[in-house]
Design a protein around this ligand. Structure first.
Ligand SMILES: Nc1ncnc2c1ncn2[C@@H]1O[C@H](COP(=O)(O)OP(=O)(O)OP(=O)(O)O)[C@@H](O)[C@H]1O
Length: 266
């Protein structure tokens, strides 16, 4: 079967006043339908650039991005996005914020169906009862939960997340990881997650792609063999198997950073 996301030999440089800044160099990433790809790499290596290319917000200098058998050449409605700082419209309630993509992608969908869909998702992430609140009335973790609902409300082919949990405290972050697994179990989607957190990459990813330093290429791919069956448990992160995976990834990041052991990533 063809992979749902295919990034084929993508090379890109930004034009800057000081000349071209090569950011991606012959990058190749394939993600099968329903799988969760985590992408890690040194700071500034080009991870966010990769998300823009997959979403069709930018075109690469060379190489191709394919989603669901179609070449990406312009912004795609079938992509959902979530970022570190969820941009919520304060003049809309949480429910109205979650519904927003449906207003754009499915304008003919009856309002009651949109509301039902948003309510269903908000319940899945534990936000029942908060539908009528304004974004500023919610905690950071709750806003991120709502933003995940908004990112998948229109059932996108692909969910792209750029450090969505990066600004949250450790406990809230782990709660959100669990929520991601529960969402996936009920609403299967294909995902690309950019993260600086190796534990997060192992807990959420089916595959972890380690990018090299800039210009980034695919340096290493790990197929995550997470300990235990079924829905992943946080306890699994404290097993020897997980420790081995984390050690391997840490080593790869150090190679990518081109220097000896240091504390850049957690
Ligand atoms: N629009 C742009 N124009 C010029 N340079 C850019 C532009 N966007 C990003 N860059 C530069 O390209 C490089 C890669 O940026 P990018 O944001 O993709 O990296 P990243 O891996 O996501 O970084 P981080 O890990 O710090 O979030 C950086 O050096 C950045 O300064």
């Amino acid at each position: 079967m063809t992979d749902l996301i295919q990034i084929k030999g993508v090379t890109h440089a930004y034009r800057t006043p000081n000349g071209p800044l090569p950011v991606l160099d012959d990058l190749n990433i394939n993600v099968p339908e329903g799988e969760f790809a985590a992408v890690v790499g040194p700071s500034g290596c080009g991870k966010s650039t990769l998300t823009r290319l997959v979403a069709g917000l930018m075109k690469p200098d060379s190489g191709e991005v394919w989603l669901h058998g179609k070449r990406v050449t312009s912004p795609r409605k079938t992509v959902g996005m979530a970022f570190q700082n969820p941009v919520m419209l304060e003049w809309r309630t949480i429910l109205q914020n979650v519904i927003l993509p449906l207003e754009i992608v499915a304008p003919s969908m009856p309002r009651k169906d949109r509301v039902a869909r948003a309510e269903e998702l908000l319940a899945l992430v534990g936000l029942s009862g908060f539908e009528d609140k304004r974004p500023s009335e919610l905690s950071g973790g709750m806003r991120q939960r709502a933003s995940l609902c908004r990112a998948i409300v229109h059932k996108p082919d692909v969910l792209i997340m750029d450090e969505p949990f990066g600004a949250l405290d450790a406990f809230t972050r782990e709660d959100l990881w669990q929520t991601m697994h529960e969402l996936r179990a009920k609403e299967p989607f294909t995902a690309v997650l950019i993260t600086h957190d190796l534990r997060e990459s192992v807990y959420l990813g089916d595959q972890v792609f380690v990018l090299s330093g800039r210009p980034a290429t695919t340096q290493y791919v790990m197929n995550v063999d997470y300990p235990g069956e079924g829905l992943r448990k946080l306890d699994g992160l404290y097993t020897p198997e997980a420790a081995q995976m984390l050690a391997t990834l840490r080593e790869q990041i150090q190679i990518a950073q081109g220097r000896q052991p240091g504390p850049e990533v957690h």
